[in-house]
Ligand binder design. Structure first.
Ligand SMILES: [Zn+2]
Ligand SMILES: [Zn+2]
Length: 323
């Protein structure tokens, strides 16, 4: 733990070394080897499955994401060059976010990730009850995120799940079915770490239905605001919760293969995703154009939770830690 916090402190030193240090942060508060006190106690990753940058933050009118683009963006930091630099399928994208490692994993949910997840590290190292860590997904196949095939970790320290049809781990129910359940689970258990997956955008994209694809982006944009409002109305979670709104992958650019209908290769449309982050340790109304990857978000959250992920490949993002 001490070594880890020293590492976090070194990350915090980056702005000092580059000259971007705030007046109230004296060098003595940023000395390597001392711990950083974060205000954030609860972390929620909200994954909107598969919209393109061009229909979300890449459209400066924010016509399809009025809530995120015009309201939530002012409350947080938008990363304009956030990427999936691994396999741009659903299970791979979510595996990168959960394990901090890019892995080309089959997309059917039949295979477990090679590496233990941040949920497992968290539950083990902080000796948490499994009700303090949740995976809440519309896509049933994503229940595989709770476990790993790593033999030292398999079937141990697994988080709680509610995935798919009635939490059964199968099916693709509409997001409006699971949404009130996901919210009530968060309100009841106040998890230290939660991952939510919403599928409607991706499903209508694959159906090649442009109108419903856009309607779904608008719908899920509303759900993102709804979740942030719920957090602000909770006396315990308010001012202590970070919300990371991101994607597992984008979709093909127009004119490339079948365009918005599909995804899964290395085209810019598939790789360029977004991250809008809000919380007590995150600057408001800020844009960051430095390039970051999904696995860096995992490393950041681990760092802030005081969890050491020896298998994780990402690097913590100073701008998510108010540094
Ligand atoms: Zn997906
Ligand atoms: Zn593509």
């Amino acid at each position: 733990m001490r070594k880890l916090l020293a590492l976090c402190s070194l990350i915090a030193l980056i702005p000092l070394l580059t000259g971007f240090v705030k007046k109230q942060e004296t060098p003595s508060t940023l000395t390597a080897g001392t711990s950083i006190a974060f205000k954030t106690k609860y972390h929620i990753i909200l994954v909107l499955d598969g919209p393109r940058w061009s229909e979300t933050f890449g459209d400066s009118s924010y016509q399809y994401i009025p809530n995120m683009g015009r309201i939530l963006k002012k409350e947080g930091t938008l990363f304009t060059n956030f990427r999936n630099e691994g396999s741009t399928y659903t299970n791979s994208g979510h595996t990168a976010l959960c394990t901090g490692v890019h892995q080309n994993i089959p997309n059917n949910g039949k295979k477990l990730p090679k590496n233990p997840s941040i949920f497992q590290y968290l539950i083990k190292q902080r000796k948490l009850d499994k009700r303090k860590a949740w995976i809440l997904t519309s896509k049933g196949k994503l229940e595989m995120l709770a476990n790993t095939k790593n033999k030292d970790w398999w079937n141990t320290y697994m988080p709680s799940t509610y995935c798919g049809h009635k939490g059964s781990g199968i099916g693709y129910p509409d997001d409006h079915v699971g949404w009130p359940i996901f919210k009530s689970i968060i309100q009841e258990h106040k998890p230290v770490l939660t991952l939510i997956n919403l599928l409607n955008i991706d499903v209508w994209g694959h159906a090649n239905n442009w109108e419903k694809y856009l309607t779904s982006i608008r719908d899920l944009d509303g759900m993102a605001l709804d979740l942030w409002k719920m957090i602000q109305q909770d006396p315990e979670m308010k001012n202590q919760t970070a919300l990371y709104i991101t994607n597992d992958h984008g979709r093909h650019l127009d004119g490339h293969k079948d365009g918005f209908k599909s995804h899964g290769d290395g085209c810019e449309g598939c790789r360029h995703i977004s991250l809008l982050a809000l919380g007590p340790d995150i600057a408001k109304n800020k844009e960051v154009d430095r390039k970051y990857d999904q696995v860096d978000l995992t490393a950041t959250i681990a760092c802030m939770l005081g969890v050491e992920m020896s298998t994780g490949k990402g690097k913590a993002i100073p701008e998510l830690m108010n540094r």
